[in-house]
Design a protein around this ligand. Structure first.
Ligand SMILES: NC(=O)c1ccc[n+]([C@@H]2O[C@H](COP(=O)([O-])OP(=O)(O)OC[C@H]3O[C@@H](n4cnc5c(N)ncnc54)[C@H](O)[C@@H]3O)[C@@H](O)[C@H]2O)c1
Length: 449
């Protein structure tokens, strides 16, 4: 063995040894109990129509309901929200469409439990504040319904395990609705990666960089609940929009797995500044104190020795960006601005092609549909596409594009980042919710529509 090879093997062995000693602060190893299924790609029997109970018709929930009403084979049977006027407004809109009026569930924050118990539903879809995603998903599955939940699917490690264990026990889908996996650029990148045009994937960059100061201090919508997280949590609170598509391209849970991560946060200033500069002198919110670092940076290493940078910045003045880089041995795709470089295929050496050139030749097949490109609700085509794919998979009895393991793997980066930040940015092992089955699960291919 030559010297460099011998050094590499020695170094790798040392790394494996060091890795084995990494903290698993949430007892992940202890969870590696009996694994009920051979593969992580769960299928449920096909269904003619999908009967949906929708929980939380605020900003994002209303977009989903609007999209779902455009799809064949969907019945909105019940709508639940703590604000009765929001439910009655949707009942009126649905009545005006000449469709059966959904039953209202508006008797407080746990009325979704009554809905799950009383209604014959196939799917409970929730777009509620973060603290409600897990109770609603668990109630749905325990009553024999599939669950779809807005992002993040959970924000504690224990809750992730509860979702995984319940989905396995009840044999129900538990999907996190990560719409950014369906955006055009991210799907172009997935397409190029699957065709091998980017070579072997090495690195991803992504994030959620969105000035939400005004939203967090609003007296309606997310202002009623999102700012509170900044008073008690410091980390990467919203990792899934950026990480979802990168994880999908890198086949996390399907041939690959997150291994370890580290995280660090900047000082917490943005919300304090906003509070002092925008709120009236007698506004009680002026006395709130925040711990959420304005900028969080987390780094993840995968089992295939890839690196991923994940940022979170929602407290600073800045234009929106999810950053997005997917780098392989032959080229890369970037977002914000959208551009592509593939060695030997791009117009000029060392120079970006505009993404439009690549959309013209390598668009993901699902994005070639006029219906997707013209969808205007919510975040446009990507939200419509994710709702259509979910309904389509349920109707056809297919595995969903994202499953409980995917939702938990990318959501758990949130609580792990909090742990790492609180522990001097120490590395932490990422739990394997598949308990080894990632090795034998096939990657998500290129779905034709
Ligand atoms: N994927 C995306 O692009 C995207 C965009 C925005 C929000 N979101 C996610 O969607 C979720 C909702 O965000 P939003 O912006 O719509 O917030 P919102 O505050 O506008 O809507 C939340 C709704 O849930 C209702 N609600 C609260 N507690 C409830 C309970 N216990 N039972 C029933 N209803 C309840 C509220 O009355 C409100 O109508 C969050 O998880 C957020 O992270 C995702």
């Amino acid at each position: 063995m030559d010297r460099s090879r011998r050094d590499f093997v020695k170094a790798s062995a040392a790394l494996v040894g060091a890795g084995a000693a990494l903290p698993e602060p949430f007892g992940a190893a202890a969870r590696a109990a009996a694994v009920p299924q051979e593969t992580t790609l769960f299928r449920a029997p096909p269904m003619e129509r999908v009967r949906i109970g929708f929980v939380g018709v605020g900003g994002q929930g209303s977009s989903h309901v609007e999209n779902l009403l455009t799809l064949d084979g969907v019945d909105i049977k019940a709508i639940c929200d703590i604000v009765p006027e929001k439910v009655s407004a949707w009942q009126e809109k649905i009545r005006a469409l000449g469709r059966p009026v959904p039953v209202a569930y508006t008797r407080g924050p746990r009325d979704f439990e009554r809905m799950c118990a009383e209604e014959e539903l196939d799917l409970v879809f929730n777009a509620t504040p973060w603290e409600w995603h897990v109770p609603i998903a668990l109630a749905a599955m325990k009553h024999g319904k599939h669950s779809a939940s807005e992002v993040p699917i959970a924000y504690t490690v224990d809750d992730c395990w509860a979702l995984v264990e319940t989905a396995e026990k009840e044999r129900r889908h538990c999907v996190m609705m990560e719409n950014c996996c369906y955006d055009r650029l991210e799907m172009l990148a997935l397409h190029l990666a699957r065709k091998g045009l980017l070579g072997d994937l090495l690195h991803g960059e992504c994030g959620y960089n969105h000035d939400l100061r005004g939203v967090k201090f609003s007296t309606e919508g997310e202002g009623l609940w999102r700012r509170a997280h900044a008073t008690r949590r410091n980390g990467n609170l919203y990792p899934t929009h950026g990480l979802g598509p990168v994880a999908q391209a890198m086949s996390i849970n399907r041939g690959n797995q997150f291994d370890t991560m580290v995280s660090m946060s900047s000082a917490s200033r943005g919300l304090q500044l906003w509070q002092q500069e925008h709120l009236a002198a007698d506004d009680p919110r002026r006395s709130e104190r925040y711990v959420l670092g304005d900028v969080n940076v987390s780094l993840i290493r995968t089992m295939l020795d890839q690196t991923i940078y994940v940022s979170h910045d929602t407290n600073s003045p800045r234009p929106y960006s999810r950053k997005y880089v997917l780098q392989g041995t032959r080229g890369l795709v970037e977002g914000w601005p959208r551009r592509v470089y593939v060695e030997g295929m791009s117009a000029k050496d060392d120079q970006w092609d505009p993404a439009d050139k690549w959309f013209a030749t390598h668009d993901h097949p699902l994005w070639t549909s006029e219906k997707v490109r013209k969808a205007s609700v919510g975040h446009g085509g990507m939200d419509w596409l994710e709702d259509w794919r979910l309904v389509n998979c349920l109707r056809e009895g297919l595995p969903t594009d994202q499953n409980v393991y995917d939702g938990c793997a990318i959501s758990v980066i949130g609580p792990l980042s909090e742990w790492s930040v609180a522990n001097g940015s120490r590395p932490v092992r990422v739990p394997d919710f598949t308990r080894g089955r990632w090795r034998t699960t096939e990657p998500l291919g290129i779905v034709e529509g």
